[in-house]
Design a protein around this ligand. Structure first.
Ligand code: FES
Length: 231
């Protein structure tokens, strides 16, 4: 939102008679910068060192952009429009550089993306054998592979087999190494919890659910899984 408001202000700055509207947009961008920084800080706090370093530079660029826009708003309020515009264009240049780093973090370094998104594409349709009933002790997460995709299988206290993608949607943590707690499995890396029955994320920091697979047990005890059917 700050970049959108400030970009729009920069467009208005190119036209005479639009200084009031431009000033308002600069103020809107500044007001939105606080919540944006808070959301960014929450994301940054869980990153690996490589992403965290880029995130720090991204944050520094954004602080510089906010400073330039605060000075720009002050100049505009004191009826020094030329200085206000100049500071605004400078702030937009810095904010754009910060935004490019944010894009690098998301698209190149996969910070904050759903790491389990590809599972429904990678697992071929149809049933895949993952073992026999005896391979899955009650309440104990067991890792299995289907189509080279890691899965975690948990047999609950009612004897029902629950199957989720094993790599956590947050940052790839191995769910099979986590704890089973009241119908959920907790990721050992940052504590996200996913409901075993449907993969819903009931506790963050993960923001995406975990892909779930259907499971069937044949009369001879063999266990097969397949991608959950969409209802
Ligand atoms: S990897 Fe972060 S909560 Fe699972």
């Amino acid at each position: 939102m700050p970049i959108g408001a400030w970009s729009s202000a920069a467009v208005l700055d190119l036209f005479p008679g639009e200084s009031r509207a431009a000033r308002r947009l600069v103020a809107v961008g500044l007001a939105a910068a606080g919540p944006a920084a808070l959301a960014g800080w929450v994301d940054w706090a869980e990153q690996r060192p490589r992403q965290a370093r880029v995130g720090l530079v991204h944050a520094a660029a954004n602080v510089a952009a906010v400073t330039a826009y605060a000075a720009s708003l002050s100049a505009r309020t004191k009826v020094r429009p030329a200085l206000g515009r100049t500071l605004g264009f400078g702030g937009l240049t810095i904010a754009t550089a910060g935004g490019l780093l944010g894009g690098h973090l998301a698209y190149r370094q996969a910070a904050g993306v759903n790491h389990a998104e590809a599972v429904p594409v990678l697992v071929e349709p149809g049933w895949h054998r993952v073992g026999t009933l005896d391979d899955f002790p009650m309440g104990e997460p067991v890792r299995r592979i289907a189509d080279e995709v890691a899965l975690v299988v948990v047999r609950d206290e009612d004897g029902v087999l629950n199957v989720l993608a094993d790599r956590c949607s947050h940052m790839d943590g191995p769910l099979h190494a986590g704890k089973v707690l009241e119908g959920c499995i907790e990721c050992p890396w940052h504590g996200s919890q996913f409901r075993l029955s449907d993969g819903a994320n009931v506790q963050g920091p993960a923001t995406a659910p975990q892909p779930r697979l259907d499971c069937r047990v044949s009369s001879d005890g063999t266990v097969d899984v397949r991608l959950a059917q969409q209802s």
